[in-house]
Design a protein around this ligand. Structure first.
Ligand SMILES: Nc1nc2c(ncn2[C@@H]2O[C@H](COP(=O)(O)OP(=O)(O)OP(=O)(O)O)[C@@H](O)[C@H]2O)c(=O)[nH]1
Ligand SMILES: [Mg+2]
Length: 450
């Protein structure tokens, strides 16, 4: 990246809107603004960080739009450089014309995430807060907004720095003990700080929310005609999927979104599948079954539906699927004796009994889905971590487990190695010494203009 260049991009999305915002950043921002903007009242440079009304002009003096501009003198700006924000009318042609004008006067079109990258490289933001901004923009629910704001507010960073300090202190203590490891009270000496780092590391692990791209795919699967589509409609409260009494009704994959306690889910209704040797006659049926299997493999969570209690233990095709909730459907059709037996047998969370016809059990099913998602990803308003950060969290977790083992076995040398691993993981989470290609990947996920 060449810091000397002045960059320009729209900050608002394409399409018509009341206003559009264009951002300019770099040393030439002020010069360019002076050339294209005229105001009858004030000069933006005399009133930095305030909105000034005026008109944009091309080189020939033609007025192009009435706008409001704000001038930010570096380093007091988002990027840390001189910046201009232009609030223009939100028409495509207006914005395009102004972008061309600004480029004509020497600005270059910004790459994705370039504004944030400059803010990072100029020391305005660290990697954690840059990534928190990305999570905030992507948040799909109020809870996720709250979670991203916790990270942006520095809460996560503070906890990580505390853990980093405790780990370093413990390492120093263990290294000091290494020469005396024969002495019986060495263990007692390191035990309290070990408990403290464990507590801090656990707290961090508990409070984070791992991210998945898009909604959490929750696939509804089972044999034909067990009531999958009816269940999908009952869950989402919409008639997205066709229901008939004939097996083989659903062929295409039908999707319906739902926000569940702050988690963005995408329910996916699939065609029925039989065991491996099903004799499907029609090509369309065969293709539908293949599509369903692919969905099951790809899904984040599978609701395996059956209408026969004796089949609750079966899972013919769930080989590699990790997260499965078993659902007994059509429970309104069960005879009272079977119902009684099932209630008596039912271990908590082993399966959920539902009826799409009466609505029974739908809430319990949603509860089970929520618990499963939170067990996997953490709470919806937890501090969001990127895939990169999630990897570091896993390393931290592994290092803490090994640390405990090494200490249990009185191997202080090994414990020191584990502590260094843990420190490295926390350092990665804090964005210290991040490789350039990792940085490039992070900023590439942003939109242009951010
Ligand atoms: N009594 C009762 N009938 C149900 C219930 N849920 C579904 N059914 C009936 O079961 C039949 C099949 O329902 P669907 O929802 O189409 O089942 P499906 O699993 O999607 O079927 P395919 O797409 O063909 O695999 C229909 O006649 C539904 O009315 C229920 O909870 N109780
Ligand atoms: Mg169906």
């Amino acid at each position: 990246m060449i810091i000397g260049e002045t960059i320009v991009a729209r900050a608002t999305p394409e399409g018509q809107a009341a206003i559009g915002i264009i951002r300019v950043s770099g040393p030439e921002s002020g010069r360019i603004l002076g050339e294209v903007f005229r105001s009858r009242h004030k000069r933006p440079f005399d009133h930095p960080r305030s909105l000034i009304t005026g008109v944009m002009h091309d080189r020939a003096g033609n007025p192009l739009d009435e706008v409001m501009v704000a001038y930010f003198a570096g380093p007091r700006s988002y990027t840390g450089e001189d910046m201009v924000e232009i609030h223009c009318h939100g028409g495509e042609a207006v914005i395009r014309t102004l972008l061309d004008l600004l480029q004509d006067h020497g600005a270059r079109e910004a790459r994705r995430g370039e504004f944030s990258q400059r803010s990072f490289e100029n020391g305005k933001r660290n990697l954690l807060s840059v990534e928190a901004i990305l999570q905030l923009i992507r948040a799909g629910s109020r809870e996720q907004v709250l979670g991203a704001m916790k990270a942006l507010g520095g809460e996560f960073e503070r906890e990580l720095r505390e853990l980093h300090e405790s780990l370093s202190a413990l390492l120093a203590r263990i290294e000091a003990c290494l020469d005396f490891s024969e002495e019986p009270d060495v263990q007692a000496l390191v035990l309290p700080p070990v408990q403290e780092v464990r507590r801090k590391a656990d707290q961090i692990q508990r409070r984070i929310r791992r991210s998945v791209d898009g909604g959490i795919e929750t696939v509804i699967a089972g044999r034909p005609n067990v009531g999958k589509s009816s269940l999908m409609n009952a869950i989402t409260g919409k008639r997205t999927s066709i229901v008939t009494d004939e097996p083989g009704t659903t062929r295409d994959v039908v999707r319906s979104p739902l926000v569940l306690n702050g988690h963005r889910l995408e329910f996916v209704d699939t065609a029925g599948i039989e065991g491996e040797h099903q004799g499907l006659e029609k090509k369309a049926d065969q293709m539908a079954a293949r599509l369903a299997r692919e969905q099951i493999e790809r899904g984040d969570l599978v609701l395996w539906v059956t209408d026969r209690p004796e089949e609750l233990g079966d899972s013919p095709i769930l080989g590699r699927t990790i997260r499965v909730i078993r659902v007994l459907s059509k429970c309104d059709l069960l005879d009272p004796l079977t119902r009684q037996r099932l209630t008596a047998e039912q271990r908590p969370a082993a399966f959920v009994t539902t009826s799409a016809s009466t609505g029974e059990g739908i809430d319990s099913l949603l509860h089970a889905v929520q618990s499963e998602v939170e067990r996997w990803l953490g709470p919806a308003d937890g501090i969001p971590v990127s895939v990169r950060q999630a990897r570091s969290c896993r390393l931290l977790d592994q290092a803490m487990v090994k640390l405990q083992e090494s200490l249990d076995n009185h191997m202080l040398e090994l414990a020191a190695i584990d502590l260094r691993d843990a420190l490295r993981a926390v350092g990665q989470l804090l964005g210290q010494d991040t490789e350039p290609d990792v940085l490039a990947r992070i900023f590439d996920e942003f939109c242009v203009g951010k």
